[in-house]
Every structure is written in structure tokens, then in C-alpha cells.
Write a protein that binds this ligand. Structure first.
Ligand code: GCB
Length: 593
């Protein structure tokens, strides 16, 4: 008995160590053998955090005459997974705290397989219990994690409980206040994944940064796969390469290809790539393109490109909830396509894989970032480590998406030694996994210099980045110091620059004076867009713009009772899905680019 306990303890330590590491999940989850655990889960609201102490994850039932338990997962609240809890029950609209989720399941295939629980995202932190034992934990509301459960599962009637907490804390990312809704819950797909005993854990397949006919590929097999064979195939390109993994399970190859059609927004061509090793086989669609910066230009497939971007949150405004499905991705992306965009800035955190994969198929370049959004405690070493984990989890998940153009390390940070060290650490974390993408960060430090009558910025950190991104709300948070067509910029003159946010608020259907911000009118917002577009021609190194924001979105600190009512109204499209006047101005501008 004692031995079993010690054994269990060691096993638990090993499991929790595994789950604490960033990026410890298999590449291309949708290409694996999956059993969905989505659907209705039972739930218990645990405002005072008493559930763990009372071990409700054991889900005990009275046996003897004197037994009773002051909880039961059955016959109570039921919540959809994936989804946020806030939009499912009026009492949970503003809820910040703990909710327990639980469900039972049988295992569909077990023979000689390894089994993993995979969570697409749980917002914001969680502990996972299987058949009464804590098996792992995760922090960070927008990235996946997996836990191996091969030896913990029964063939039938497993009891899975997840303790989810979305309390805002100063050491988290985002931290105490942020301009979007703090949705909690199991917000993305949950799967039971089965693999052979040794399996293809990870791989990267992409076109060389500069060479249009050279593909670089790496494959990593799970532990114990010494000298195993690996085959990489791209049938449409007549590619079939046989490799042998080294003692660490790694194999790498560079090879030339003839007549490859490169992926671009105009022609988002993807190829089927098949990786095989022993009993394991994974395939997915992968695109190939070259991407680099030269001087003040961004080159896609050896031609300078202007980025016609837009941002959206992972939210369906009409449902007042988190986006989580393919249908949700289609709704958001179709509206961006209609605007004429060739890029999306996924604000302000890694969004779900349906959106990322569909965006790539539709021909959008992507900017993905982690929620290092204002107010982050750069002095806190734990926060820094967590940010490093988050950025690596994001890159591990999406590194084979050729659409991925930018990794964003932060949004609106103020210069300090601690900030610089923190962001440099994040850049190193990115480079450990991927050196092919462009690195950027959005700054809000551009100021008008009255003597020189120019916009300028002083933040030496920009030299660490490939592309400099500026959020500047001319006509909204800042009044015009000169007329827009005279507003000359001298910001990061030797680097490509993107206006990563601009805009102003308007209530859909409201008309008013186009010169009065407090009219909250579509007319004011439309004029603001015309003015900003006039200014853009005075920014010599401007290589892209991204209006803020595609849709009105929910934000608890937007207090104006009639014009905002808990919504940030900077959308080009209203919460009901109607286009505002500024939408047409932006679409016409993009037509000219
Ligand atoms: C910003 C932030 C964005 C906000 C926006 C606003 O600078 O980056 O997250 O929502 O301004 O509307 O104020």
C-alpha cells in the first residue's frame, strides 16, 4: 500500500512537471486520432473556492447510512464545452472566480495506444482531475496543453473534472484591467487523443526564408524512438524523402523542389504534406512562401507588400460570447474579406485554431500576439516566465501556418530597463522555436514635436524588432495639432512601419455633427477615417495599416449609458452586424492600395 502511494506520488510529480513545460503538446492536433469530449458538461459554481478543500473532484456518493455529501455534479448546472460560461447563464455574465466542470466518458480505442487529454484553451487557469486524482494544471487562457493519461484511464466511465478560475491577478497576462471581456470557461475543444506507442510529436515544414525552391523540414519523434525511419511526402510536388531519426528522435532535411506555387493572399495555395514514422502517420495542408524585410519594405514572395489589415477580438458580438467554432471563424473572416483585407491582427491573444486555419485558406496574412497588454508587471520574474511559456505555446501551435507573418511580443508598453529585459526575453523565446517570422510590438508613444512640426517617437527598443507598429488615435484620444494632410511623420525612419491601431467610437445608426466627437455619430467616425487616411500619405515608411476594430466588442469599462453601455464602439461593424459609414471609407481606401 505504502509503495503504491509513493509510486503514485512520483507519477504525479512527473505528470505535473510535464504539464508545466511550455509547448509540450503534439503538433497538428486536428490531424490526429481524436475522440471529442465536447458537449454538455456538469458544472458547479464555487465562488468561495471550497471545492478543492472538500475534494469534490472525487464526486463521492453516500454509501453508508451516515454518509452525506454537500455537492453533486449531477442534476445541476450544465454548460456547453467549448464556450465561455458568461454567455450561458445570466448569473454568470460578470462572474470572476471558480467554476468546476465535470463529465464522464468511455474510451473508444485503447489497444496498445498512448492516450492524451488535450485542451485547446481554458480561461484563465485550471487544474485537471481524472478519476479522483489531480493530473495536471495550466495557466494562460489562450493556448493549448495536453496531459498524458495512458495509465490513468479505465475503458468505461471515467470521471473528468476541471477546476477553472478566471480571477484577474496582478501577475497574470492580461493583468488587472484590459479593454475586453474577461470570459471564463473551457473555451476551446477538448479531445482524447490516441497515438501509437512512439509517435510523431512535432514537425516543421516550410519554405526557406529567401529561396523560392528550397523546403526545410524537421521532425521530432516521441521519446524512445531511436534510429526510427521517417518519411516526408508532398505528393503534388513529387516529393518523398526517407530519413532516420537520431538518438534524440530528431530528423532534419533541406531539399529543392521544382515548380512550387507559392502561397499568397491572391492565391492561397496549400499542399498536402504527409509525415510517416512506424505506425504513425500525420497529414495536413501546408503553404509555402518567402517572407523578409529589406530596408523599409516587407517582402512576400520577393515583392514588396502593403498590409491591408484589420483587428478583431475572439468574440461573436451578436451572441455576446467567445468565438469557438468553424462557423464563428467564417463569420469574422468573411467580414474582413469584404473589407478588402489581406491581413488580420488577431487581437490581443492567440485565437482559436479554426480562425487561424481558415484565415490561411482564405488568404489572410496573420499577426498573432500574447496578452502582454498595458499594465503588466515587468519586474515580476514569474510573470516573465509565464509570458515566455505563452509565446512558445502560441508558436508551437501555429509554426506550420505560412499565413503567420508576425509574432507580436507586446501591446503599448512604456520604456524601462525591466520592460526591455522582459521583451528581449520574449524575443529569445520566439527565436528558440522560430527564426523565420517577423517580430513586432505595438507602441503608443508617438508624440507631435511642435518645434519640428513632426510626429516622433523615442524608444530605442524598436531596433530589436523587424517591423515597428504604432497605435495612434488621431481625432479620438488626440486632437489634431495641424491639419491631417500636413501631419508629417518621422518615426522609425529606417524600418517598415505599420499603423496597428487607429479609429474612434460611433453608435450604429446615430447621425450627428462630423466635427464633434461627443456626437458618437457615424458621421464623426467617418470623418475621422478620412482624416487619418489623409495623414497616411505623410508617413514615408508606412507599409500597412490596421484600423481598430472590425466589430464593436464588449468591454466592462465602457460606461457611457446610451452610447456605449458596456461596449467599445470603435467597430466598423456594429454589435448587430451592420456596417457603419467608416466601413465603406476603409474599403475604398483598400481598393486603392
Ligand atoms: C488601444 C488598445 C486596444 C483598445 C483601444 C481602445 O490602444 O490597444 O486594446 O481597445 O486602444 O479602444 O481604446
Amino acid at each position: 500500500m505504502k509503495h503504491t502511494k509513493i509510486h503514485c506520488f512520483l507519477l504525479l510529480v512527473i505528470i505535473s512537471l510535464q504539464t508545466a513545460l511550455a509547448g509540450e503538446f503534439m503538433t497538428n492536433i486536428y490531424g490526429r486520432n481524436l475522440q471529442s469530449l465536447n458537449g454538455k458538461w456538469n458544472a458547479i459554481i464555487d465562488l468561495y473556492d471550497q471545492g478543492r478543500k472538500n475534494k469534490i473532484y472525487l464526486n463521492k456518493k453516500p454509501q453508508g447510512k451516515t454518509d452525506f455529501y454537500e455537492y453533486s455534479f449531477e442534476n445541476g448546472l450544465r454548460l456547453n464545452v467549448p464556450s465561455d460560461w458568461n454567455s450561458q447563464n445570466p448569473e454568470l455574465k460578470y462572474y470572476e472566480g471558480t467554476v468546476w466542470y465535470a463529465r464522464r466518458f468511455d474510451v473508444q480505442q485503447v489497444e496498445n495506444k498512448r492516450l492524451f487529454l488535450y485542451f485547446g484553451a481554458v480561461s484563465y487557469r485550471c487544474k485537471v482531475y481524472l478519476n479522483g486524482i489531480e493530473i495536471g494544471s495550466h495557466e494562460g487562457g489562450f493556448t493549448p496543453f495536453q496531459i498524458e493519461v495512458t495509465n490513468q484511464l479505465n475503458a468505461t466511465d471515467n470521471f473528468l473534472a476541471v477546476e477553472v478560475n478566471n480571477t484577474r491577478t496582478a501577475d497574470a497576462m492580461p493583468a488587472m484591467a484590459f479593454d475586453w471581456w474577461n470570459y471564463g470557461g473551457i473555451t476551446r475543444d477538448v479531445f482524447l487523443v490516441s497515438t501509437p506507442q512512439t509517435f510523431i510529436e512535432d514537425y516543421t515544414v516550410h519554405l526557406d526564408k529567401y529561396k523560392a525552391d528550397r523546403i526545410n523540414a524537421t521532425v521530432k519523434l516521441s521519446a524512445g524512438s531511436v534510429n526510427s525511419p521517417v518519411v516526408i511526402e508532398i505528393p503534388e510536388l513529387n516529393v518523398k524523402h526517407k530519413l532516420t531519426a537520431n538518438e534524440k528522435g530528431m530528423a532534419a532535411i533541406s531539399f529543392n523542389v521544382k515548380k512550387i506555387e507559392r502561397w499568397s493572399p491572391q492565391s492561397p495555395k496549400l499542399y498536402k504534406v504527409i509525415i510517416t514514422s512506424g505506425n504513425d502517420k500525420v497529414e495536413e495542408l501546408i503553404g509555402f512562401r518567402n517572407l523578409y524585410v529589406k530596408g523599409i519594405d516587407i517582402y512576400l514572395n520577393d515583392k514588396p507588400i502593403f498590409l491591408k489589415s484589420v483587428s478583431f477580438h475572439e468574440e461573436i458580438p451578436q451572441r455576446k460570447g467567445r468565438a469557438f467554432s468553424e462557423a464563428d471563424a467564417a463569420m469574422l473572416l468573411t467580414e474582413a474579406k469584404a473589407l478588402g483585407c489581406n491581413m488580420i491582427r488577431l487581437a490581443h491573444y492567440p485565437q482559436n485554431e479554426y480562425t487561424v486555419r481558415m484565415a490561411e485558406k482564405m488568404g489572410f496574412l496573420l499577426w498573432e500576439e500574447i496578452p502582454v497588454w498595458q499594465g503588466i508587471n515587468f519586474e515580476n520574474k514569474d510573470t516573465k516566465a509565464k509570458a515566455g511559456n505563452m509565446i512558445q505555446e502560441m508558436i508551437m501551435r501555429d509554426k506550420n501556418r505560412c499565413a503567420l507573418t508576425f509574432w507580436g511580443v507586446a501591446n503599448e508598453t512604456q520604456p524601462s530597463a525591466a520592460r526591455n529585459e522582459f521583451l528581449k526575453y520574449l524575443i529569445n523565446c520566439c527565436h528558440e522555436i522560430d527564426t523565420t517570422r517577423l517580430l513586432t510590438s505595438a507602441f503608443d508613444l508617438v508624440r507631435f514635436n511642435k518645434e519640428k512640426t513632426m510626429f516622433e517617437m523615442n524608444d530605442p527598443f524598436i531596433k530589436e524588432l523587424d517591423v515597428v507598429a504604432i497605435n495612434k488615435y488621431m481625432g479620438w484620444y488626440h486632437s489634431w495639432p495641424v491639419s491631417p494632410d500636413k501631419a508629417v511623420w518621422n518615426v522609425a525612419p529606417d524600418q517598415p512601419l505599420i499603423i496597428s491601431e487607429f479609429g474612434g467610437e460611433a453608435l450604429y445608426g446615430q447621425s450627428g455633427d462630423e466635427n464633434v466627437a461627443s456626437s458618437w455619430s457615424e458621421d464623426y467616425q467617418a470623418k475621422l477615417y478620412r482624416d487619418n487616411i489623409a495623414m497616411f500619405s505623410n508617413i514615408p515608411n508606412l507599409r500597412g495599416v490596421s484600423p481598430w476594430v472590425l466589430f464593436d466588442f464588449r468591454s466592462p469599462f465602457r460606461f457611457h449609458p446610451t452610447n456605449q453601455d458596456g461596449w467599445n464602439r470603435k467597430g466598423l461593424v456594429s454589435d448587430q452586424g451592420f456596417r457603419k459609414k467608416a466601413w465603406y471609407i476603409m474599403r475604398d481606401y483598400y481598393k486603392t492600395k
